[in-house]
Design a binder for this molecule. Structure first.
Ligand code: URA
Length: 268
């Protein structure tokens, strides 16, 4: 909300200024943070520095800088496609950055009127840096084909989180609420740039994250209703990985896609 209003991080003066602090601050920031305006910069000087106790001060400043860096990464308002992709590639807003091989930004036609949103990258997607490249991806490609679409052909595919959530045993796992909250601004900006006519949420995580619903909302209760995401029609259907396990539900998924087709025709 603050970023939308053009308001940056709020710095509060805690201590008096001390000479030589700026250089130390820049060193601590590791060049990752934009320079800060003079008066605000001076405000981080502490009595500890004056007393020669730099270590405690250094830790405080480093913490403040980390907070600023994260809040900037999580506020991609106004970025164009290239800058947004770069921001995702360098994101350290949650712990998933420490285990990822690649960020998985999204793929497809940046002028597409259809947006398909999954949960998050799995092992294959993490290795290749592209969403839905495993078996679930093949099924998604078939779902697109049934709609007369393809990757790069009036369809864009993205995920709620851009880095692979992996469990301690190395398996894929759903993203946590914190990971979703950290990453969602990137998808929100993708939606703003894409301006899709219709959004299809693939599975529960995509649906509840976009619709702001409790995490335990059953996906079955969201199907069959035309939802709205920022004034755009949103249709919920099963995740392709679920459909691989429960092929009998493919007929229901097709009904969902037909609803999406109708919504697309009505809005397009
Ligand atoms: N499942 C998802 O939700 N997204 C992917 O990119 C791959 C599998």
């Amino acid at each position: 909300m603050l970023a939308e209003m053009g308001v940056g991080p709020v710095w509060t003066a805690r201590h008096a200024s001390a000479p030589g602090v700026d250089a130390r601050v820049d060193q601590l920031a590791g060049g990752e943070v934009d320079s800060i305006a003079g008066p605000a910069h001076a405000a981080v000087a502490t009595a500890e520095v004056a007393a020669g106790s730099v270590a405690g001060f250094a830790a405080e400043v480093a913490t403040d800088y980390a907070t600023v860096a994260v809040s900037r990464q999580a506020s991609p308002a106004g970025l164009d496609w290239a800058a947004l992709q770069q921001a995702v590639a360098g994101c350290t807003a949650c712990g998933l950055c420490s285990t990822r091989k690649n960020t998985v930004f999204g793929v497809g036609d940046r002028k597409a009127s259809w947006l398909f949103v999954g949960e998050g990258p799995g092992r294959q997607e993490d290795l290749q840096g592209e969403p839905f490249v495993g078996p679930a991806g093949q099924l998604l490609d078939n779902m697109l084909k049934a709609l007369g679409l393809q990757r790069g052909g009036n369809a864009y595919i993205a995920n709620i989180v851009k880095c692979r959530p992996a469990a301690a045993d190395g398996r894929d796992r759903p993203p946590s609420e914190e990971e979703i909250a950290a990453c969602l601004p990137f998808l929100e900006r993708q939606v703003e740039l894409l301006q899709p006519t219709v959004i299809v949420a693939l599975g529960k995580v995509a649906a509840v994250s976009l619709l702001g619903l409790p995490a335990d909302t059953p996906v079955g209760s969201l199907r069959g209703t035309l939802h709205s995401y920022r004034d755009r029609p949103l249709v919920v259907t099963y995740h392709p990985a679920y459909l691989l396990r429960q092929p009998a539900d493919k007929a229901k998924a097709w009904r969902d896609l037909c609803m999406a087709l109708t919504a697309h025709a009505a809005a397009g």
